[in-house]
Design a protein around this ligand. Structure first.
Ligand code: ADP
Ligand code: MG
Length: 252
C-alpha cells in the first residue's frame, strides 16, 4: 500500500485551476519531490494534503485512510508533519524550546498543562526535553540548543524546523521548499540532512524549486506546470524530458 495517494486532486481559486486533477503515490521509505516553476501549484498541493484547506475535488489517502474533512492537527496526529516555505520559528524561544513545542502535540499532558507546570507533567516534561535534545543532535545543531532560535543562521533555523517536525514522530514528512533562502552550501547541508532523515525510515515528500537539490536526493520526481502533472519519473529520466527542459530553460 502506498503511504500517501492523491487521486484527481483539484483546487480552484475563482477561475484559476491552481491544481488540476493531480494523481500520484508516495511509497514508504521514498524521497519524492514535486517540482515546477513559481505558481505551478506546489504549495497549494501541500495545503490540501495537510488539511490546511479543502480540495475542490479529488481525494488524499494517508495510510489507506481518506483525509476528507480532517483538520491540520488531526492530519498531524496521524503521523504527517510539515515545514513551511517561510521558516516559522517561535519568537523569544530557544532552539530547544522550538523543538519541544513540536513534541507536545504527541504528549499526554498537552501544551497548556505543561506551560503551567502542572505536577503530573514534570516527568513528561523531562522526557520531552531529552527527546528534543536527541533530535537537535541528530540534525547536528545541539550546540545551539540554548540559543534564541530567530538569531540563528537560516540554514540552522531550517535544521531546527526539521527537528521540530520530527518531534511529532511522523511517518511522512512534508517539506515546502527546504532550500528557499539558503545559499548553495546550506542547500547541500539540508540535502544531506533530508537523506539522513529518510535513512531513519521516514518517508519524505518535498516541494522544491532548486533543481540540483532535487536531482541529488530524490528517488522519484513529479513535475507540475500550471497546476497539471506533466511528468513523473526517476531523476535521470526527468532530466532528459524535453517538456521539463523547455519549462526550466524558458524560465531563464
Ligand atoms: N489563497 C489563494 N487565493 C487565490 N489564488 C491563489 C491562492 N493561493 C495560491 N493561489 C494561486 O494559485 C497558483 C499556484 O500557487 P502556489 O501553489 O503557491 O504555487 P507554487 O507553490 O508552485 O509557487 C498561483 O497562480 C497562485 O497565485
Ligand atoms: Mg510555493
Amino acid at each position: 500500500m502506498a503511504l500517501l495517494e492523491l487521486k484527481q486532486l483539484h483546487k480552484r481559486f475563482g477561475g484559476l485551476h491552481a491544481v488540476n486533477d493531480v494523481s500520484f503515490r508516495v511509497e514508504p521509505g521514498q524521497i519524492k519531490a514535486v517540482i515546477g516553476p513559481n505558481g505551478a501549484g506546489k504549495t497549494t498541493l501541500f495545503n490540501m494534503i495537510s488539511g490546511t484547506f479543502p480540495a475542490t475535488s479529488g481525494s488524499v489517502f494517508f495510510q489507506g485512510k481518506d483525509l476528507k474533512g480532517k483538520k491540520p492537527f488531526q492530519v498531524a496526529s496521524l503521523g504527517m508533519a510539515r515545514t513551511f516555505q517561510n521558516i516559522k520559528m517561535f519568537n523569544g524561544m530557544t532552539a530547544l524550546e522550538n523543538v519541544m513545542v513540536g513534541r507536545h502535540v504527541r504528549s499526554h499532558a498537552g501544551f497548556l498543562a505543561s506551560m503551567f507546570r502542572m505536577p503530573w507533567t514534570w516527568k513528561e516534561e523531562r522526557d520531552i526535553r531529552e527527546k528534543s535534545m536527541e533530535l537537535l543532535a541528530l540534525l547536528e545543531i545541539e550546540e545551539h540548543a540554548h540559543t534564541d532560535a530567530v538569531s540563528l543562521a537560516f540554514g540552522q533555523q531550517r535544521a531546527v524546523e526539521l527537528a521540530r517536525a520530527l518531534a511529532l514522530e511522523p511517518s511522512l514528512l512534508l517539506l515546502d521548499e527546504p532550500a528557499a533562502g539558503l545559499n548553495i552550501y546550506e542547500t547541500a547541508e539540508v540535502g544531506r540532512l533530508i537523506t539522513k532523515i529518510r535513512d531513519l525510515g521516514i518517508t519524505v515528500l518535498l516541494v522544491e524549486h532548486d533543481m540540483s537539490l532535487v536531482m541529488d536526493i530524490s528517488d522519484e520526481i513529479v513535475v507540475l506546470c500550471f497546476g497539471e502533472k506533466i511528468a513523473e519519473d526517476v531523476p535521470a529520466t526527468i532530466q532528459q524530458d524535453p517538456e521539463v527542459i523547455k519549462i526550466y530553460l524558458g524560465e531563464e
